[in-house]
Unconditional design. Structure first.
Length: 124
């Protein structure tokens, strides 16, 4: 009978040990879950931070590109505008000079253009 008493006592001890192990496993599981959540949160924060840095870097590069080439384009547009103004002034001077040199020829040309325009726009 002693053996069976010892066996029952050993079974009780074994059940206590198993329950203690279950409690420890629950604590370890909860700790791991909390750490995994914190790790995921840190990973998301890191990805977000790196994403913001990449976007800021791209925006800065685009702004530098615009600044660099925008000024060059503005200079070219201004030069083109000046050149166009010069050509317009030369054409005006040339037209005035031609009218002064050949006033009757100019009047004949204007009359011819007017007659042709009237002929083309007449009503039937």
């Amino acid at each position: 009978m002693r053996v069976s008493s010892r066996g029952a006592s050993a079974n009780k001890e074994l059940v206590k040990e198993i329950n203690a192990l279950k409690a420890q496993l629950k604590k370890v599981s909860a700790t791991m879950e909390a750490e995994a959540g914190d790790g995921a949160s840190r990973a998301i924060d890191t990805v977000e931070s790196r994403g913001k840095q990449a976007i800021d870097s791209v925006i800065e590069a685009a702004q530098n590109f615009i600044d660099e080439y925008g000024d060059a384009a503005r200079d070219r547009v201004n030069a083109l505008a000046r050149r166009s103004a010069e050509l317009r002034d030369k054409a005006t001077e040339s037209l005035v000079e031609t009218v002064r040199q050949r006033p009757l020829g100019t009047l004949a040309a204007i009359a011819g253009v007017g007659f042709l325009g009237g002929y083309l726009c007449r009503r039937h």
